[in-house]
Design a protein around this ligand. Structure first.
Ligand SMILES: [Zn+2]
Length: 595
């Protein structure tokens, strides 16, 4: 965890105008700066930046944020990536705060990354230079990979020796233990031996381009060995969260807002070689929801592309069952004639591949209909058919798409929507597992009291008022827990710098107001004081009516001592309320005079 005050420091030290100015033209306008909004199409600038508060707000589309948010939204960086980038500009070292649980001990993680990087370079130079690698080079030539691709993807060869890489790494000062942990070597009876010997090596990079693991394809046709072998899971290599080539594909995915998901490393490389640079693949294992979540930051939609043999079709079906939990738009393409993406793009070229995958894409429900129609005779068994596809429909998150899916099922088997719907409802009643249908109605947390959001936002802009506000309001007068929390943080902190608190705000009502208020100079101490009194009046009214209820209850029970007690309390609150309302009137009068 990075402490909020450190984040505040980072934001403080970096000019937001300079950062945003790298991506869009900015003009000074009064105290603030104006730009054409980079988040929506417009001709006249409505994107305002406050250098002083380090916040931006677009009066056209409502986009708002601080420098971190800008980098996260515009460049699609993660919070940590954005923070690290700004920390570098600010010359603030964040490594002291790195979280052990998340990263492992920083030292060990670094050593594993170094071992992987050295190994990647070793494998790559083996492939290019070693006479042992002739078979590997011939194989890649036969598969028509260009030298450029081999270089870009750092493809390598594992060498033929028993422990050449291990010796190489030891010569560079790495110990047995980290070499073993990195997974490039295994423990044998006579010491460590190379895991990937004799294999073509596909280095696996994280999205920032660090070598985090390897996939190795066997070169010989030796059936006793696995065709593909991956690095084992360790601190830096988590197969379920990584996608092959995401580091190369990221820019293009952001540009197209779409990622192509294929099955194998060779598929990915062939597509990139043919100019299709938004292709990625899971690491030889089944797709996971984490991998889709990783894409969600860059893409709106994904297209699964599989070959048309039995295995490919079943894999597509499984991918959809996983992807249904994701909010990404999804399509499936089954390539013709059992060709995989490698075959198709290499034979027909990138253009033809793009055309085919554009023309032949299926919505998940259309794929499912075809999939089950191959297995179940619809004419004979309509009920079995719909029951096989309902479990999928039930897991679809959007009610609009669920309804659309049910309509499609109806059309497909030639039944009215009303019939399908009642079948579906019947199915839901009989199905015991809780689906999204039931969760749709889950209660939302009540909306933040907007008086409270307003006051807190203003205090974040002008924390100088906190002393006076603290004299007027007590913590318990805030009904919203978040507003209450922020209020006490501003009040109790030693400095009046609220940058850290603003930086740690979740996007929401308070955040949006803060970004907007930061663009003008309408927030003055008297305005804040008036708002504090209004909040107090609101609180008192709430308490007074609560007491009325109590009094009525005790009157009903003829418990007159209690009635008297609460009457007294209510009297004093009413007096207080009267005084507060007078203050509010005074504030209004003063404002009129100053206008
Ligand atoms: Zn905008």
């Amino acid at each position: 965890m990075i402490p909020p005050e450190v984040i505040g420091n980072v934001l403080d030290r970096v000019s937001i105008v300079e950062v945003i100015g790298r991506y869009t033209e900015i003009k000074k306008s009064g105290r603030n700066y104006l730009a054409v909004c980079p988040f929506h199409q417009e001709k006249t600038p409505s994107f305002s930046i406050s250098e002083e508060k380090r916040l931006y707000h677009c009066f056209g589309c409502g986009a708002s944020g601080n420098t971190l948010h800008f980098l996260m939204e515009y460049r699609k960086l993660s919070f940590m990536e954005a923070l690290q980038e700004l920390a570098k500009i600010a010359s603030i070292d964040l490594s002291v705060y790195s979280d052990e649980k998340e990263y492992g001990t920083a030292g060990e993680r670094d050593i594993l990354l170094k071992i992987n990087k050295e190994s990647m370079q070793y494998f790559h130079s083996q492939l290019l230079e070693s006479s042992d690698a002739k078979g590997a080079r011939d194989y890649l030539k036969k598969r028509k990979l260009t030298d450029g691709m081999i270089r870009d993807f750092r493809i390598g060869f594992g060498g033929n020796g028993w422990n050449n890489l291990t010796v190489f790494l030891k010569d560079r000062g790495f110990g047995d233990d980290p070499i073993l942990k990195s997974g490039v070597a295994c423990q044998g009876n006579e010491g460590l031996f190379d895991r990937f010997k004799g294999r073509i090596i596909f280095p696996i990079f994280d999205r920032d381009g660090n070598t985090v693991g390897f996939g190795g394809r066997i070169l010989s046709e030796d059936k006793s060995q696995a065709k593909y072998l991956n690095s084992p899971e360790n601190q830096i290599f988590h197969k379920g969260g990584l996608l092959y080539s995401l580091n190369f594909a990221r820019e293009e995915i952001i540009k197209k807002k779409e990622a192509l998901i294929v099955e194998g490393y060779m598929d990915v490389i062939a597509l990139h070689q043919n100019g299709i640079k938004n292709a990625v693949a899971p690491l030889g294992t089944a797709l996971t929801i984490n991998q889709l979540d990783a894409l969600k930051r860059y893409a709106d939609s994904v297209v699964f592309i599989f070959d048309g043999d039995e295995a490919g079709i079943n894999a597509a079906n499984r991918a959809l069952d996983i992807a249904v939990e994701s909010e990404l738009n999804q399509n499936v393409v089954i390539l013709p004639g059992k060709k995989d993406p490698y075959d198709y793009s290499m034979e027909k070229g990138g253009e033809a591949f793009l055309k085919y995958t554009a023309d032949k894409r299926l919505l998940p429900v259309d794929f499912k209909l075809k999939y089950f129609a191959r297995k179940i005779d619809i004419l004979k068994n309509k009920v079995k058919f719909v029951l096989s596809i309902f479990p999928y429909v039930k897991r679809v998150k959007s009610s609009i798409i669920r309804e659309e899916n049910l309509k499609k099922i109806g059309e497909f088997i030639g039944e009215d929507y009303s019939v399908i719907l009642s079948e579906y409802q019947h199915y839901l009643r009989n199905d015991k597992s809780t689906g999204f249908i039931l969760r749709d109605t889950s209660l939302r947390t009540p909306a933040l009291n907007s008086l409270e959001a307003e006051l807190i936002s203003m205090l974040l802009i002008k924390p100088e008022a906190v002393q006076e506000v603290g004299d007027i309001l007590k913590d318990e007068m805030f009904s919203d827990s978040e507003a209450r929390r922020i209020f006490s943080v501003i009040r109790d902190q030693a400095s009046l710098n609220t940058g850290g608190i603003i930086a740690s705000l979740e996007k929401g009502e308070i955040f949006d107001r803060v970004s907007e208020y930061a663009q003008g100079d309408l927030i003055t101490i008297p305005v804040i004081i008036e708002s504090a009194y209004r909040l107090k009046a609101h609180y008192l009214n709430r308490e007074i009516s609560n007491l009325s209820r109590l009094i009525a209850k005790f009157q009903g029970e003829s418990n007159f001592s209690e009635v008297q007690k609460y009457n007294k309390m209510q009297e004093s609150l009413k007096k207080e309320s009267f005084a507060v309302n007078e203050k509010i009137e005074n504030c209004a009068r003063e404002k009129e005079l100053s206008d």
